[in-house]
Ligand binder design. Sequence first.
Ligand SMILES: [Zn+2]
Length: 461
Amino acid sequence: MKKRRMIAALLSAALVLGIAPAIPASRASRAFGAEGTGVQGDSGLLWLVNYGHSVSKDYAASDMRTAAGSSVKMRAAAASALESMVKDLKNTGLSIRLNSGYRSYATQTYLFNTRLAARQKTGMSYEAAYAATRKFTAVPGTSEHQLGLAIDLSTDGTLTAAFGNTAQGKWLSANCWRYGFILRYRDEKYSQTQIGEEPWHFRYVGKPHAQIMYEKDWCLEEYIDWLKENGHISLTAGDMVYDVYRTAGDTSGYRDVIDRSSDNSGGVIVTTYHPADPMAYIRGHWSESSFAMLFGEEVPAVFGVIDPDRSITRGEFAALYAQQMENGKLPAAAQSPGSAGFSDVPRTDPYYSGITAAAAAGIMGGNGGRFRPEGFLTREEAAVAAAKCVKDDELQYLDYGDLGSISGWAFQSVQKLALHGIMKGSDGNFRPGAKLTWGEAAALLRSLEEYVGSADGGLQI
Ligand SMILES: [Zn+2]
């Protein structure tokens, strides 16, 4: 009885949605993850659930909420996107009803069994009734509604094929991708989905995936299959670039990740996001003039998009130094050429040649045959590398407040750089253990170049 009442309430809950409050957009910022996807882990937004890939009957997402002006529940990211989509649809003068969002396994079971029984009552055999039911009602455990990522929409509370020919159905079909939704079940994709045409059922996958599937005319199954086979797809949208990777293994090592989502078919889909313009984050930054002196107008492709506030890795710093050496702007070390060849720097490493050159020049070295290219460089480590090309042995008396935390092996290097104004601290401190940022690295190498190039600079290159 209780269950029956709950279902009745759910089915009659097809409220006309009021105007949703405006969702603050953050398109201009780097915080796309907060606006779009950003949900991590096994309950990711690209979770494939269909006849062949089920979800546990105990699964319920932990981040569900009720969509504004309705009683429909969805996961938070999907609910926000739905509210935006409904608001824009209504702004065209059309009305829409939200029929059904999240459904538990128990609800889906009840729904399926009720529809099955109704068909059997008309005299259909169990097999025929089952086949007819599952064409439009997912077998429990294979419904996207259980994920909290699907929404059924209608004009009058009924879910029929006619919805596809209404102005609302057409608008949604043409525009849902802009909000991160896909029209999930279409006749021409039946062989993939095993579900018939459902013009009312929209699945949230997040941008940019919805746009990719829309542009390629792929259903979710085809998208995942394509990624399985090719590993990567890229989408340029406006001045931003999305790179989508599918991996069966380790997902660390990707930069600028906005989303990691299991696909429920043995892989993880990693989505990254960066500006198409590699100078985008540098423009207007305090380090801009240093980068301009190092690179001119063009950032070498090997560095990709540089975020000047991001910590620089040892591999990146070595490559940056080597690149300036190659341009004749920075010298090899004053003493002791180093040895190259590191067990953790394969030839395929994008910074292989830079690391090899910087090591051969005695600027940076390894430890136990390893270079740690992915490791970050502390400010005092950077000071040691930079001081290698200061021939002058004079030292500066230091009065940094955190003087005591400068390591013994770095002390004289810090003194040398201070003497020539090549590397200074800020607010009276040197911050020896802090990670060097890209912006600081650019400023450091620029000062070093000015020192080296000046009349009384120590070295002949
Ligand atoms: Zn549905």
